[in-house]
Design a protein around this ligand. Structure first.
Ligand SMILES: *Cc1c(COP(=O)(O)O)cnc(C)c1O
Length: 389
């Protein structure tokens, strides 16, 4: 059996080397390392893929979030609601911009931001909601957008984990995740579903004025050469990374399908087990919130189990001993991170996140997993749980 990896980027590269290498070489030969034609080409191709008017490439997914918030003109003291159960980047940029982060609990089934928790958190100072499409499953966007409209709030989608996912509206129509809110951010970090070979990110929007504003912000606040109208940042996608991404973009749907196939095999092994909850689907999708491994809404950035009456840390150690890498995303709720603690928070409001940090485990998930590896992983997990629970 091939050595199991959490993410197998070498295996993936070996298969696309013949398209990636010439694309990189083009950049080397042209020496257009910054804002070269490859960046434009990738931007256009991604706009077509997502069916969005504007993609603005930038240096990474964290910058993308920050720049989206700057573009919307959020001001110190504005409250921004986001999920307690996610990667820290989301709350970090809110705090950096001196906005007020308002962390709220998540749904126990989808792990995405909880609608009632958003409702309870809205105050006259609230300006925006940042749903994170966690682990590749879009948040409940129709309801979030309705709430936002009702209260005059912006919606910024953190789409770092769900590029290529299709969100199914209540009427059955579909929109790509990242094209639903006012603006969205994504990350091209190597392990993301569309990853480059370094850092990269992008902002998406259908709003022409916002796109114009953001294009200036990423370039030192310049709209005309050497005229700095607003305080901006320097955040660019390197041409070499754009070359990698442009070569990989045509494979994105296949990659996401491959992840789904792996998820289906995992699900088959784990479903109906009394101690294991397999990843949920989206409420509106064809499978109506059941297992989302045959429709196209979940892109399985992570394959995450929720365990009951299982010593998660003991299982983690057991998998490591068997050379099966695994992860705990995320082990500490953001509201309990030193940098983000706040006396406004009440532990009783984070019941779900406080449980999930103790009970979730993410198994290897990438485009190169084979049946032998998946069988070994599922058997090892099930043997341990059946013996110890
Ligand atoms: C990866 C990630 C980010 C940050 O992306 P970087 O490119 O590493 O800055 C932000 N939010 C979420 C949910 C992520 O998973």
């Amino acid at each position: 059996m091939k050595k199991i990896q959490m993410v197998d980027l070498q295996g993936q590269y070996a298969k696309i080397k013949n398209v990636v290498d010439p694309s990189i070489e083009e950049v080397m030969n042209s020496a257009a390392f910054i804002n070269g034609p490859k960046v434009h080409q990738f931007q256009k191709n991604l706009e077509d893929y997502l069916d969005v008017k504007h993609v603005i490439p930038c240096a990474n997914g964290t910058d993308a979030l920050q720049i989206a918030m700057m573009g919307l003109g959020l001001k110190p003291g504005d409250e921004v609601i986001t999920a307690d159960f996610t990667f820290a980047a989301t709350v970090e940029v809110i705090a950096l911009l001196q906005l007020t982060p308002v962390l709220v609990d998540v749904d126990p089934i989808t792990f995405n931001i909880d609608i009632d928790a958003i409702k309870n958190a809205i105050t006259p100072k609230t300006k925006a909601i940042v749903p994170v499409h966690l682990f590749g499953l879009p948040a409940e966007m129709d309801t979030i957008l309705e709430l936002a409209k009702e209260h005059g709030l912006y919606v910024i989608e953190d789409n770092a984990q769900a590029i290529g996912a299709n969100y199914t509206h209540s009427d059955g129509s579909k929109t790509k995740a990242g094209v639903l809110g006012d603006v969205a951010s994504t990350s091209f970090f190597p392990s993301k579903n569309l990853g480059c070979y370094g850092d990269g990110g992008a902002i998406f929007t259908n709003n022409d004025d916002l796109a114009h504003s953001i294009r200036g912000i990423v370039n030192h606040g310049m709209y005309e050469r050497y005229h700095h109208d607003v305080v901006g940042v320097n955040s660019r996608l390197d041409s070499i990374q754009a070359a990698v991404l442009d070569a990989k973009l045509p494979h994105l749907d296949t990659y996401n399908n491959t992840r789904r196939n792996a998820a289906r095999k995992y699900n088959e092994a784990f479903k109906n087990h009394p101690n294991i909850t397999i990843p949920s689907g989206a409420k509106n999708c064809e499978n109506k919130g059941n297992i989302c491994d045959t429709c196209d809404c979940h892109v399985f950035h992570q394959y995450t189990l929720n365990l009951k009456d299982v010593d998660r840390d003991a299982l983690f150690a057991h998998l490591q001993e068997n050379q099966i890498p695994c992860g705990v995303y995320y082990p500490i709720p953001l509201h309990r991170q030193k940098a983000y603690t706040d006396e406004r928070y009440n532990e009783a409001d984070f019941e779900v996140t406080n449980e999930l940090v103790k009970s979730v485990i993410s198994l290897p998930m990438h485009t190169e997993l084979d049946d032998e590896q998946i069988d070994f992983i599922t058997t090892t997990v099930l043997n341990f749980i059946n013996k110890n629970s």
